[in-house]
Each structure stands twice: as structure tokens, then as C-alpha cells.
Design a protein around this ligand. Sequence first.
Ligand code: CU
Length: 117
Amino acid sequence: MKTFKYFLSALFIMTLSATSYAQMNDHSKMAMTKIEVIKVSGKCESCKARIEKAAKVDGVSKADWNVKTKMLTLAYDPSKVKSTDVQKRIAEVGHDTPLYRAEAKTYNALPSCCKYR
Ligand SMILES: [Cu+2]
């Protein structure tokens, strides 16, 4: 019976340490995610789809562009991807960001509903 009690408490301690390890792990994951809100020019729902598609690269866990506020909420892992690279990609599909301006050729090729300039 004594051995059984010992076994139980050992099991309990093991479970505890496993739990705290999992929490620590979660914390380090959270520290790796950076949230940034970036102004991106655009007009409609198809802009939203285009912007978010361009922004969703490896290392980006969330890209959400708001049609009303024109703000893109970006959640990303800074060790995997840079905000400047994401902005560059967005400009390459035709949408201006604070750091990059879409080329006239790309902008002119956007559907008329998407012309924001
Ligand atoms: Cu549009």
C-alpha cells in the first residue's frame, strides 16, 4: 500500500511538471508572434481577398484586412518573415502600403472596382 501511495504521488508530480512544461512551451510560442497593424490601400471585398492572399506567406499566422478602416492586422513570427517582405508582396499585387507603392502597371491592371487612387 505504501508503494502504491508513492507511485501515485510520483505520477502526480510527473503530471504537474508535464503541465508546466506545456505552459512554458505555449509562452515561448506566444513570444514568437508579433502583431502589427498596417495601413493598406484598397476598396472592396476582392481587394481584401487579394491583400490577404498576398500577405499569407510562411510565418504569417493571421492576415485580416478591414474594408472600412483599410487596416491590415498581421500576426507573424519575426524569426521566419519580415513585415517589410509582406508589405512588398502586397504592393506587388497592386496595393500601396506605408513602405511600398504599387507600380502603375500593376495598379492599372486591377479591376475597376478596386481602383483606390
Ligand atoms: Cu477591390
